[in-house]
Design a protein around this ligand. Structure first.
Ligand SMILES: Cc1ncc(C[n+]2csc(CCOP(=O)(O)OP(=O)(O)O)c2C)c(N)n1
Ligand SMILES: [Mg+2]
Length: 329
């Protein structure tokens, strides 16, 4: 399969575009909603990084699990959570995927394998390893995916999670979203080894590749190989995705001071959605009109989601204590 980008026919390739556009439109609208005061709390968007969640999740089944980060709206959408459920959750509404209790950084849909976004940097790595351990004990062929940023790779959780997954050959895919900054701290100032894949091969003897995280086909292919490895019992993998967030760390925060306008402009030129659009047209998988129709459809879907979220009720205060304890089996 190596480098064969046409083997799967046009529809799955176009579907990657559809998902990336859906994530982009959702994030743009959520950013607007945040500016309007409709989204309480921080809102970290995934704009510029859409190819990673899209390329990875395209290889997953509904019963595979994903552990996400504070920047998790794209992971949730790519795993199959609806824009309505995401938008309503960010607005704290009862129709949200966490019944309005969680907000942006606590999106849950375990019935389709979205095991949670998290406000804490690092635990997705341990949770992903733990789920992989349970799949191994159960003799299941499910796989577990842990997304995390460059800010997590010098966290103790990284060493513990990857080491354990390696020694026990767990079915886990570790996906590092290296967007070059942890809030305003440049990755080059935070580690001597910026090639995370190199560090992982050397430290854990784990299969690890570095890919262009703005190339959805490259991500999809790396993930396809990692998922196959995990399902067949051959152990974990790490995919080190180079990317860039083209909005501030969180909505309302500054964008300058720690990165230059030139750097931002250069990365905007490498937009993952525009790049995939150009490739789809050039390779004959879609026409410009096809792609415009997909964009229009995404706009309609997301407008509907925002309207649904705005018109949904807040949770009934009488239910404040619900969902705290398990109702039991
Ligand atoms: C354990 C922990 N330490 C610090 C923070 C504060 N914090 C929130 S986001 C963030 C930066 C994360 O950077 P990275 O992992 O690279 O993800 P990115 O925001 O770039 O997607 C930090 C330090 C936190 N949430 N959790
Ligand atoms: Mg980062």
């Amino acid at each position: 399969m190596a480098n064969d980008r046409t083997a799967s026919g046009s529809e799955p390739l176009v579907a990657l575009y559809r998902m990336m556009v859906l994530i982009r439109r959702t994030e743009e609208q959520l950013a607007r909603a945040h500016q309007m005061g409709l989204v309480p709390g921080p809102c970290h968007t995934y704009v510029g990084e859409e190819a990673i969640a899209t390329g990875v999740c395209a290889n997953l089944r509904a019963d595979d699990v994903v552990f996400s980060t504070h920047r998790g709206h794209g992971h949730a959408l790519a795993k199959g959570v609806s824009p309505r459920a995401v938008a309503a959750e960010l607005m704290g509404k009862a129709t949200g995927c966490s019944q309005g209790r969680g907000g942006s950084m606590h999106l849950f849909a375990p019935e389709i394998g979205l095991m949670g976004t998290s406000g804490i940097v690092g635990p997705s790595i341990l949770q992903g390893a733990g789920a992989g351990y349970s799949f191994k004990l159960l003799g299941s062929d499910q796989v577990s995916v842990a997304f995390f940023g460059d800010g997590a790779v010098s966290n103790g959780a990284f060493h513990e999670g990857l080491n354990m997954a390696a020694i026990w050959d767990l079915p886990v895919i570790f996906v590092c979203e290296d967007n070059m900054y942890a809030t305003e701290v440049a990755f080059r100032d935070a580690t001597r080894v910026q090639d995370v894949a190199q560090r992982v091969r050397a430290s854990y003897d784990m299969a690890a590749v570095r890919v262009d995280g703005n190339d959805v086909l490259a991500v999809r292919q790396a993930a396809e190989e990692a998922v196959a490895r995990a399902r067949s019992g051959d152990g974990p993998s790490l995919i080190d995705c180079k990317t860039y967030r083209t909005r501030p760390h969180a909505e309302g925060m500054r964008d300058g001071g720690y990165r230059t306008a030139e750097e931002m402009a250069a990365w905007k030129q490498r937009d993952p959605i525009a790049a995939h659009a150009a490739w789809l047209i050039e390779a004959g998988h879609a026409s410009a009109a096809d792609l415009e129709a997909i964009e229009a459809e995404a706009t309609t879907t997301v407008n509907d989601a925002i309207e649904f979220a705005r018109s949904s009720p807040f949770p009934d205060p009488a239910t404040a204590a619900d969902f705290i304890f398990s109702a039991g089996a």
